[in-house]
Write a new protein. Structure first.
Length: 82
């Protein structure tokens, strides 16, 4: 299970440009929702399965329930190297 604090993700913003060249402000939360939507549509034996998404407005958290990865995660994030 992955747990994400929605207000923290909303504070992180980025500027992107549409196909028409118009500037658009998006948040990390928008990116998470987009990724989860894509993940829900993929069904492949080599990709961890997404079972459920719980969007808890009462506590401002987003919970993503995933298949158990017995061998652990493939890569570890190193903030120093990005």
């Amino acid at each position: 299970m992955k747990m994400m604090h929605k207000p923290a993700l909303e504070k992180q913003r980025a500027v992107t440009y549409t196909d028409k060249g118009e500037m658009e402000m998006i948040t990390q939360l928008d990116k998470v929702y987009n990724e989860v939507e894509n993940w829900a549509s993929v069904h492949h034996p080599n990709i961890i399965k997404l079972y459920e998404i719980i969007d808890d407005d009462k506590h401002d958290y987003l919970y993503v329930i995933l298949e158990l990865a017995n061998m652990g995660q493939i890569a570890k994030w190193n903030p120093d190297n990005e």
